[in-house]
Write a protein that binds this ligand. Structure first.
Ligand code: NIG
Length: 397
């Protein structure tokens, strides 16, 4: 692992066997693939993309030696702000227990008890793990504090750690102190808690599921976030069919995440809307649920994103490479569709246009695979595939 601090100098990455640009103008197909390509970056931006034979001079050279290069992964759904350990819960699940959202409260207790330096150090380690696997744009949620002070602490730690997008998830579960009066908890989330986190967050999210937040409460919380100028996200249809997709589409949410249990109507709604269907296939695997209907969503015209859902309960890994492999092997996406969903699809789920694409003027987020093409991500599932990474122009791996 090497970190460069001199981001003002230009770097030419040459010898790229296949460059995925996600810029259809750059080459054939939706991925805009350029064969035998080069990319030049300067500061935190991409300044040149084209054939290796025509690359302009640069201060530093990097020979990809026949490897593939992709935009860095855009991980649009994770829960990195937590303390504690739930490995026993995972083992119990492997022994036959079902996944239950109630485990979230175990993490809430541990997170509240953690010192701020401890929580910050845990967050830094998780970010480093993500970047080591090729993730260059990171979204994380609050949601394991569930008091005004603890949610505000999580939001400010995430912003300070250089997380790209922070999402307020005070509506992860009703805080235990409000178990007998959930509407007062919703008042808190929509009022003082939202005010306290607002300076550090861009989105608001609600876990809309049986046992978490019902439709009227979900709508109230989303409306409060919208009044505050935040983008909307919904955790929906994770543990069963429900109102999550319908509410997300109706409210103009930028994404609805999980989408494991979808009715035909949900698929039609997503196919006809701009709300991104974010699939979390490693979570479905780790909770022993059926794979999400990715093929049907794409065939219906939905925009699909893939994300890690790294969290201590349902999915404790940040591996986007595994998410891509499972999307191909289990959800029926092609390798091209899965790579697009994990890059430009994630960018859409975060309403970002500066990441997920390799083109002049975009952020210099590049992922050199240790393979000649992105097809190998599923073909050689489980193998470490990251050879080098630039995040915002800084060499991180
Ligand atoms: O996305 N669904 C809610 N939140 C997380 C799980 C959190 C946990 O179990 O701690 C998820 O799967």
């Amino acid at each position: 692992m090497r970190k460069s601090v001199d981001t003002a100098r230009s770097t030419a990455i040459t010898g790229i066997s296949r460059l995925v640009t996600n810029d259809p103008g750059a080459g054939p197909g939706a991925l805009g693939i350029v064969e035998d390509a080069a990319v030049v970056i300067e500061g935190d931006r991409i300044v040149w993309v084209g054939p290796s034979s025509a690359v302009p001079p640069a201060d530093i050279g990097f020979d990809a030696a026949g490897r593939a290069v992709l935009p860095g992964w855009v991980d649009s759904h994770s829960h990195l702000l937590f303390a504690g350990d739930r490995s026993a819960e995972f083992s119990a699940r492997m022994a036959g227990q079902p996944y239950a959202a109630g485990g979230i409260l175990t993490t809430v207790t541990a997170t509240r008890e953690a010192s701020t330096p401890d929580l910050a150090a845990r967050l830094d380690r998780r970010i480093a793990e993500m970047v080591a696997g090729g993730t260059t744009c990171i979204e994380t949620k609050t949601g394991y504090g569930l008091t005004t002070v603890d949610e505000a602490r999580s939001a400010s730690l995430a912003a300070a750690a250089g997380v790209d997008v922070v999402t307020f998830l005070g509506a992860h579960l009703t805080a235990p102190e409000f178990a007998s009066d959930p509407d007062s908890y919703v008042d808190l989330v929509c009022g003082p808690m939202l005010d306290a986190v607002a300076p550090n967050v861009q989105f608001i999210d609600v876990f809309c599921e049986e046992g978490a937040f019902d439709e009227p409460r979900t709508r109230r919380i989303l409306a409060a976030g919208m009044r505050k100028g935040l983008g909307l996200k919904v955790h929906g249809n994770q543990l069963g069919e429900g109102a999550g997709v319908r509410i997300a589409v109706d409210c103009g949410a930028v994404s609805v995440d999980h989408c494991t249990y979808l009715s035909d109507r949900d698929i039609d709604l997503l196919g006809g809307s701009s709300t991104v269907a974010t699939l979390l296939p490693v979570c479905d695997l780790s909770t022993r649920q059926a794979p999400a209907p990715g093929r049907r969503l794409i065939d219906a015209g939905a925009t699909v994103a893939l994300a890690s859902n790294c969290n201590p309960g349902s999915c404790y890994t940040p591996s986007m490479a595994l998410a891509v492999a499972l999307a191909v092997i289990q959800c029926g996406l092609t390798a091209d569709e899965a790579v697009a969903a994990a890059t430009v699809g994630g960018a859409r789920a975060l309403a970002r246009t500066d990441v997920g694409v390799v083109a002049v003027g975009k952020r210099a987020d590049l992922h050199v695979l240790d393979a000649p093409s992105h097809d190998y991500l599923a073909y050689r599932v489980g193998l470490p595939m990251t050879h080098a990474v630039w995040r915002a122009g800084v060499r991180a791996v």
